[in-house]
Write a protein that binds this ligand. Structure first.
Ligand SMILES: Cc1ncc(C[n+]2csc(CCOP(=O)(O)OP(=O)(O)O)c2C)c(N)n1
Ligand SMILES: [Mg+2]
Length: 678
């Protein structure tokens, strides 16, 4: 699309990107601070053309960015009741009695968290929460972790929640403290992670006055929370906290925010924590409709080429066992989304690995040609479907999901079942019969041989090799937290996932800077497996301040940085689709080993495959606190396969790397072939 420019003699068509830059020029802008992403790649391409000769220059800064994966407009909350801000609050029975003892809102807050069995609170203090922090000073049953930025606190809460299945909890102050949580809240919303964020607020009489450190955080976060509350009366505090935890953790999980004005936290009342709650307009369906389940079973029982398409819902409903039973009974191949990784063991013959834009060749083809697609706890995200009309176009589609608003949202389905996946799968298992899928599996096995995941293995260090070796050396027994970009996709592809709740990443929002603070949250919730944080040279710099938190608590995190000297994923798009015009994607980074040293964290660097393997071993053997490894990897390596955005499998770009006969061997069974030079 273009429009006419009328400055010159001859009107000529100009792209929106060009008009944007021209308009900035006309406004006399000579410096633009920014950060590229897929949504702005066209603008960066225009900048590439003018950077040399024209007066607009661009400097990188980590503040403002547009994400390639973000779905901007109109995130509609699936809940329909009015915000409690406007609700008339019901009073508890205790209000009418003469309370034996009244305690402050701040004390009620802490007692309520104790009732919710909260063990860890990630936060950062300020004027609006100083009363709460004063109470926390005397508390031993809740560990407060002072992060170095409120964004870090929200990602830590996400990491904790995802790795443990328990809600993550955050406490921050008003104004900037609250607004700093916005990215983490949006991230949790997109990825259905149960977190409860408590924000301090100015005193009720100052709300709306542009008071010092006032921000309308309830208004700001309305489209990115499952629900949010402003507590105006201390007598509503305990019930509101109970509701917040209930909403965050039930149904399709998600973030809930509770705004706590300073005066409310100082008011006193009697403390009574509700034992149960009932909410008129919020009753998530748990049991699936049995008629629908039988209908789904009838469809499945006719299938010859079925595929199970599995998302993060299977993990959040702890249904990996039921999924496996279903796949085994049906002999049905299983492909998972990015968030479904770990729900089905990848060494299993029926596993197809991940599907979608950077999914395996054979998973995407299996979905394309299947006759019955059983979608379980997945939401038909555009990174999975590509061109929506062509996605599993011939297949009858069954969709099992706890969230009714996810059904037929992107792709129409034939048999929807709303309910908790564990419950629904248990019932479904009773009605389905074993299928004859031998021919189908044979076809897929052939595809696996012809189009395996692969990379060149020679004397150069490639990111894929680091991940592949890490997977082999840990045998999949590790919790791996990735960032966003190429390393995220290579980790998804090459690690070989075995267990639920071992793969954490920012999938929906695609938040660079997620990995380091999220891994911190994991470390406070899990100690049974090694914890590995993987970031690119770009993403690590978005929340590297959390190295201080990690160091202070001596957290056993193995921090891997895959340094390719580029914002690699955007560079890959520029190489493939923007004529290799690397507009503002090459970047200089600090010496990461010295950076770690400044925080008192031991660190090493690896630049060859042999050094990398030794460094991984050193990191895995390191049992006393954090360790950082910088892997200096090939700069211009691409992630393959790739289905370009909104395209079909026919447009899939497979790895140009040849498959060498000699390298077929045990790797073939794992569907990874390493091509060795020569
Ligand atoms: C906060 C944020 N800003 C911008 C982007 C757009 N984006 C997606 S991937 C990527 C490059 C990431 O570079 P790096 O962290 O070095 O990882 P690599 O791709 O090189 O592995 C960018 C800029 C994003 N996802 N998140
Ligand atoms: Mg990079």
């Amino acid at each position: 699309m273009g429009t006419k420019e009328t400055y010159g003699q001859k009107p000529r068509l100009m792209s929106g990107a060009e008009i944007f830059i021209r308009s900035l020029e006309a406004e006399g802008v000579d410096v633009l601070f920014g950060y590229p992403g897929a949504a702005t790649i066209a603008i960066y391409d225009v900048l590439y053309g003018i950077a040399a000769g024209k007066n607009v220059v661009i400097e990188k800064e980590e503040s403002e960015s547009t994400d390639e994966q973000i779905q901007t407009a109109g995130q509609v909350n699936s809940l329909s009741w009015n915000n409690t801000r406007n609700n008339t609050m019901t009073t508890t029975k205790a209000h009418d009695k003469q309370p034996p003892k009244q305690i402050s809102g701040a004390e009620i807050f802490v007692r309520s968290l104790t009732e919710e069995k909260v063990e860890v609170l990630f936060g950062y203090p300020g004027g609006a929460t100083i009363g709460i922090y004063d109470v926390l000073h005397d508390i031993t049953n809740i560990k407060h972790i002072l992060t170095r930025h409120e964004q870090g606190a929200t990602h830590a809460a996400e990491g904790y929640a995802k790795a443990t299945g328990k809600p993550g909890v955050v406490l921050v102050t008003s104004g900037p403290g609250a607004t700093n949580t916005v990215t983490g809240i949006a991230d949790a919303y997109m990825d259905s992670i149960p977190i409860v964020v408590f924000t301090g607020q100015v005193a009720t009489k100052l709300i709306g006055n542009d008071a010092f450190q006032e921000a309308d955080i309830v208004g700001i976060t309305r489209p990115i929370t499952k629900h949010n509350f402003l507590v105006k009366d201390v007598r509503d505090l305990a019930r509101t906290i109970k509701e917040a935890f209930y909403i965050a953790t039930s149904g399709r999980p998600g973030p809930v925010l509770v705004d706590l004005p300073k005066d409310v936290m100082a008011q006193k009342t009697v403390f009574e924590y509700p034992k149960t709650i009932s909410m008129r307009s919020y009753n998530p369906t748990v049991e699936g409709n049995i008629k629908q389940i039988k209908k789904a079973a009838d469809v499945i029982n006719t299938a010859r080429r079925p595929v199970l398409y599995v998302g993060g819902g299977v993990i959040s409903s702890n249904a990996a066992h039921e999924l496996r039973a279903l796949a085994d009974k049906l002999q049905c191949p299983v492909t998972t989304t990015l968030h479904g990784l770990g729900s089905y063991p990848e060494q299993n013959k029926l596993s197809l690995g991940m599907l979608g834009m950077h999914g395996t060749w054979y998973s995407n083809y299996a979905v394309h040609y299947c006759d019955v697609l059983i979608a379980v706890g997945a939401r038909f995200d555009d990174r999975v479907t590509g061109k929506v009309d062509a996605f599993a176009a011939e297949a009858k589609k069954i969709h099992i999901d706890i969230d009714p608003s996810a059904i037929s949202k992107n792709v129409p389905v034939d048999v929807p079942i709303v309910g908790d996946i564990k419950h629904v799968l248990r019932h479904l298992l009773q009605y389905v019969k074993p299928l004859d899928t031998l021919d189908w599996i044979k076809t897929i096995d052939q595809w696996k041989l012809e189009h395996p995941l692969r990379y060149r293995h020679d004397d150069k260090l490639r990111a894929q090799h680091v991940i592949h070796k890490l997977g082999e050396m840990t045998k999949g027994d590790a919790i791996v937290v990735t960032d966003v970009g190429q390393q995220q996709m290579w980790t998804a592809q090459f690690f070989r996932w075995q267990h639920p709740r071992t793969h954490l990443t920012s999938g929906g929002l695609g938040t660079m800077g997620f990995s380091l603070p999220a891994s911190m949250g994991v470390a406070f919730g899990r100690s049974d497996l090694p914890i590995i944080s993987i970031s690119g040279d770009g993403g690590i710099q978005m929340n590297s301040q959390e190295l201080a938190t990690i160091s202070q608590h001596n957290l056993p995190i193995k921090i891997f940085i895959l340094n390719n000297g580029f914002l690699g994923m955007v560079r890959q798009w520029q190489e493939l689709f923007w004529r290799k015009r690397y507009s503002h994607t090459e970047m200089k980074s600090p010496d990461f080993v010295k950076l770690a040293d400044a925080y008192g964290i031991p660190a090493l660097r690896a630049s060859t495959p042999a050094e990398a393997e030794a460094a991984i071993q050193t990191a895995l053997d390191h049992n006393s606190g954090p360790i950082l490894v910088e892997f200096v990897v090939e700069k211009e390596e691409n992630v393959y396969p790739m289905i370009p955005a909104a395209q079909t499998v026919n447009e899939m770009l497979d790895n140009p790397e040849p498959i060498s006969e000699t390298s077929k061997g045990p790797h073939v069974q794992q569907n990874i072939i390493i091509h060795t030079k020569g």
